[in-house]
Design a binder for this molecule. Structure first.
Ligand SMILES: NC(=O)c1ccc[n+]([C@@H]2O[C@H](COP(=O)([O-])OP(=O)(O)OC[C@H]3O[C@@H](n4cnc5c(N)ncnc54)[C@H](O)[C@@H]3O)[C@@H](O)[C@H]2O)c1
Ligand SMILES: O=C(O)CC[C@@H](O)C(=O)O
Length: 528
């Protein structure tokens, strides 16, 4: 498979891709037209913030399976278009957090003490101590908008500078803010009380222009603003006007609405304004970090493994991922088994979680089950991104049920698939980290779902099992394992044979026609 690296990333990540057997094509500052031209040839794409992965790029990328963003912000990628085409988008959120946090602190200090401008004038032979008198951070109120990874890092560092830190983030609870040692206030209060305001949220329709002339007017006279998050969160023209009027004493800006900026940008040349060219993530350590993270994510995703940094899927924390990882394979195989038993179009699927698994976020396990269920019946590759929308397109109703109560197993996943009015139910659990099917339509079994299996409900009487054995033997098909499951209903059993070879349709039909056999279904797990 071929991976295009469209923006410069550290060679450490590229080494990981090459070691995993991927062919890499490395371009730095790839022009948009060239990206459009060459993208049809690639299975994976890595970008930083410069390359724009537009709808047009996605539509031309017929082989593309994954876009990896070496960094946090994915506003340069059309996520909706990628999702609609089943293309996974991953980012590398942790790798540059410290870099951006420290850059924010540096920008705040450079602005407060006029460091950048004083350096610039000294380089031109000036010695002007009076003009560049600054202000102290100690005792000042810092308002942090957005208390995620970077915002909370800035908040805790600012506390070490004896600043009074207040924060606003509608999605962060009091407990989290309390653990940071800061006070959470409303946006309005933050705006009115702060001497310095720093923004740390993504650029969304809600956050675009969130700080603008209306609320800048409500800020303290002499306020100083910092944006090391995304250009456009603070309206650039409104900020420039407020700096010119003297209401805003300083601005430290790393990110811009359009990058690189125009030489006539309104913030260029204004007193008190410190600008850097999107340097927040530009440290040696961060560039290695994001490159390695995104490469590992791409290798995992292209090997069909789940990736916790997928952006167009429900996010999963690393702790939850560690717990659920072995269940993903099990759920996928249970979904595949249930689908193989169904006789017509699937109308409904219920996935029930019993035991301590009911306590965790199971959305991804449910998606794994749907993936396993749809993969055998769809031509296109079903993945963690497109599985829910493909199920929806087919009007398959999906229900998740959680129940902490346990019966025979500490954790149990039950998948019930309804097709043509008939419901097939498969249950599975983990023995250690190994998945097992423990019941099929109420017949108690213990089946390893990693080999090809043949499932035959039959009459429990002498000779029935032998007739299948002989038939398969004549057809030169080897049976390497066998289970017979029973229910409380006397007279019927469930035979599950582990089969070494493919069974031709003609032989399958002969099995179904055997006296005493109710049905025969083959499950080919190698498609999972
Ligand atoms: N300058 C750079 O080079 C650089 C480097 C890394 C990250 N970034 C940017 O920094 C920003 C923060 O990154 P992060 O890793 O901390 O992200 P994060 O996802 O950890 O945190 C974002 C926070 O913003 C909050 N938020 C969302 N909408 C909000 C709103 N309307 N009001 C207030 N808070 C809101 C979220 O609840 C979350 O806590 C992103 O925009 C990212 O792209 C820039
Ligand atoms: O690619 C970069 O250097 C910028 C990255 C940064 O803005 C991010 O969102 O991670």
């Amino acid at each position: 498979m071929k991976i295009l690296v469209a923006d410069g990333v550290s060679p450490k990540g590229i080494e990981i891709l090459q070691k995993a057997g991927f062919e890499t094509v490395i371009k730095d500052k790839l022009p948009a037209e060239e990206l459009l031209e060459i993208i049809p040839d690639f299975d994976g794409l890595i970008v930083r913030s410069a390359s724009k992965v537009t709808k047009e790029v996605i539509e031309r990328a017929k082989k593309l399976k994954i876009v990896g963003r070496a960094g946090v912000g994915t506003d340069n990628i059309d996520i909706n278009a990628a999702t609609a085409h089943g293309i996974m988008v991953i980012n590398s959120p942790g790798g540059n957090t410290i870099a951006a946090t420290e850059h924010t602190m540096g920008m705040m200090m450079a602005m407060a003490r006029n460091i950048a401008v004083a350096n610039e004038t000294m380089q031109h032979g000036e010695w002007n101590r009076k003009k560049y008198t600054g202000v102290e951070l100690r005792g000042k109120t810092l308002g942090v908008i957005g208390l995620g990874r970077i915002g909370s890092g800035v908040a805790t560092r600012a506390l070490a500078f004896d600043m009074n830190v207040i924060g606003y983030d509608p999605y962060v609870n009091e407990e989290r803010a309390h653990s940071l040692g800061i006070k959470v206030v409303s946006l309005d209060e933050l705006i009115k009380q702060s001497d310095f305001i720093t923004v740390h949220m993504p650029l969304t329709p809600k956050t675009k222009g969130m700080l603008n002339k209306d609320n800048i007017a409500k800020m303290k006279n002499g306020v100083r603003l910092i944006n090391c998050a995304r250009g456009g969160i603070i309206n650039e023209q409104d900020l420039a006007d407020a700096v010119k009027s003297g209401h805003v004493a300083g601005a430290a800006i790393d990110v811009f609405e359009s990058e690189p900026i125009d030489p006539n940008h309104p913030l260029i040349g204004l007193p008190g304004v410190t600008l850097t060219p999107h340097l927040g993530a530009s440290t040696v350590e961060a560039q290695v970090g994001v490159s390695v993270d995104v490469a590992q994510g791409i290798v995992a995703a292209l090997n069909g493994e789940p990736v916790s940094t997928a952006v167009n899927m429900a996010p999963v924390s690393p702790q939850t991922m560690k717990f659920i990882k072995p269940y993903l394979d099990l759920a996928e195989r249970l979904g595949c088994t249930a689908c193989s038993l169904a006789d017509g179009p699937i109308s409904e699927v219920t996935i029930k979680y019993n035991g301590e698994i009911a306590d965790v976020d199971t959305k991804m396990i449910t998606i794994a089950a749907i993936k396993g269920m749809l993969n055998p019946i769809l031509e296109s590759n079903v993945n963690y991104v497109n599985a829910p929308s493909l199920a929806k397109e087919r009007n398959i109703k999906i229900t998740e049920i959680k129940d902490k109560a346990v019966e025979n197993f500490a954790n149990l996943i039950t998948i019930s698939i309804t097709s043509s009015g008939k419901t097939e139910t498969i249950q599975g659990t983990l023995f250690g980290e190994e998945g097992r099917i423990v019941s099929i339509n109420s017949y108690r079994v213990d089946v390893d779902p990693h080999a090809r299996i043949l499932i035959c409900p039959h009459i429990n009487r002498p000779g029935v099992i032998g007739t299948i054995g002989s038939l398969l033997g004549y057809a030169n098909i080897n049976i390497s394992g066998m289970q017979v499951g029973k229910t409380k209903i006397a007279g019927t059993s469930m035979m599950v044979l582990t089969i070494d070879n493919e069974i031709p349709d003609t032989v399958m039909q002969q099995i179904i026609n055997l006296d005493g056999i109710f049905d025969a279904k083959l499950v080919n797990y190698y498609t999972v």
